[in-house]
Ligand binder design. Structure first.
Ligand SMILES: Cc1ncc(COP(=O)(O)O)c(C=O)c1O
Length: 389
């Protein structure tokens, strides 16, 4: 069998062997519940505490500012629902961008429908950038929270969250950022970034699926969304996923150690893909910002080709990529992100996201650049053929 080439690291990353080893060790050697006061429980508690310190250190936070969750989706839900609930009766406004992940977008819609929250969706420009001035204009005296993602998962654009955070701070409004695609990839230090809440998950940084964290700056008002035993200082109750939490800590420590080296290597691979695709497939349109983009992400539209067909054809060639976000693939509607950046419907149908990672080599990129032009040509030729009736 030919070697598979995995180029969908924005969907998920393979687990680092050191992370897997730490996780298995906890599963097989630490049976205790962190809430139990006898030895087994104390050992589990010590591991959770150590991981909390590791996660906090990786982003310049205090350990008490980290709330462990089941991943990015839950962290986003907790941020939006928790802050809006804490301000209930005083403030009812929520400002988001038009290109947020569904974990934010659909949560905002749900709050709008069922909790009388006023949601303002700030548009983006053709590169997918949010204008901090537009955020400033969207804030009013009743805004409880602004939530703008750090980098977009579909087109890779990195948002000016520094400037947006400063606007929020000047207006006295808490600022949440979905940093799922960026923590461990781009510099992220809450001593410098004016973010009050940030969503993190493990499976985009070579950790396991199903665990993540919400950073909550000390003093930020947030209510709990779950009721139960009161773990995580009541902010996210439920027995802790000890092995997952340990894995997140190890994954974040490794990512912090490797980040600069990885970013330089990955952005060189990404640029080879962007330049190679553009020169070999002149009709290809790069989506997202040409320079302010994730170091691991190249995304395109191929007018006249179906994204799903491209994925299937590349899969048969042993190459894994995705069309827009994994969560929305399967749908034939253009994604909300491509619509928001003004990609025409026909072009948006042929969207492809190629994201490199630690295991990607120059040889993988060579193979992609050899295969992709002929696959695109074939799919476009099939799409042009008249349909038999
Ligand atoms: C930007 C962004 N936010 C949130 C999520 C959801 O995270 P999780 O898969 O941990 O629930 C993802 C993952 O696809 C993402 O890319």
């Amino acid at each position: 069998m030919t070697e598979r080439i995995y180029l969908d690291h924005a969907a998920t990353t393979p687990v680092d062997p050191e992370v897997a080893e730490a996780m298995v060790r906890v599963l097989s050697e630490v049976p205790g519940n962190p809430s139990s006061i006898y030895a087994e429980g104390r050992r589990a508690r010590a591991l959770v505490d150590r991981s909390r310190a590791e996660v906090a250190a990786a982003i310049g936070a205090q350990p008490g500012e980290i709330v462990f969750t089941s991943g990015g989706t839950e962290a986003d839900n907790l941020a939006l629902r928790g802050v809006l609930k804490a301000y209930r009766g005083e403030r009812d406004g929520l400002v988001i961008s038009a290109i947020e992940h569904h974990a934010v977008l659909d949560t905002a819609e749900d709050l709008e429908r069922h909790a009388h929250v006023r949601v303002t969706r700030v548009p983006v420009d053709r590169d997918g950038l949010v204008d901090p001035l537009a955020v400033e204009r969207a804030i009013d005296g009743r805004t409880a929270l602004v939530s703008i993602m750090h980098a977009n998962n579909e087109v890779g654009t990195v948002e000016p969250i520094d400037a947006i955070g400063r606007v929020c701070r000047a207006k006295g409004v808490p600022f949440h950022t979905d940093a799922v695609q960026t923590v461990g990839v781009l510099p992220f230090d809450v001593r410098e970034l004016p973010a009050d809440l940030a969503s993190i998950n493990a499976h985009k940084l070579y950790g396991p699926k199903g665990v993540g964290a919400l950073y909550v700056r000390g003093g930020t008002r947030i209510a709990t969304m779950q009721t139960g035993g009161g773990q995580e200082k009541g902010r996210r109750t439920g027995t802790e996923n000890v092995a997952g939490i340990v894995a997140l800590g190890v994954a974040m420590r490794i990512a912090a150690e490797r980040r600069e080296r990885d970013a330089a290597r990955l952005s060189a691979l990404r640029d080879r893909i962007i330049d190679g695709v553009r020169s070999r497939i002149p009709a290809a349109v790069l989506t997202g910002h040409p320079t302010r983009r994730l170091p691991n992400s190249a995304s395109f539209c191929f007018p006249g080709a179906q994204g799903e067909s491209l994925i299937v054809a590349l899969d048969l060639e042993g190459i894994s990529v995705s069309s827009g976000s994994a969560c929305t693939s399967g749908s034939t509607e253009p994604s909300h992100v491509l619509t928001a950046i003004g990609v025409a419907r026909d072009a948006a149908q042929g969207s492809l996201r190629i994201t490199v990672g630690r295991d990607t080599t120059d040889a993988h990129v060579d193979r992609l650049l050899e295969v992709l032009p002929r696959v695109v040509e074939r799919i476009r030729a099939v799409s042009r053929e008249p349909v038999a009736t």
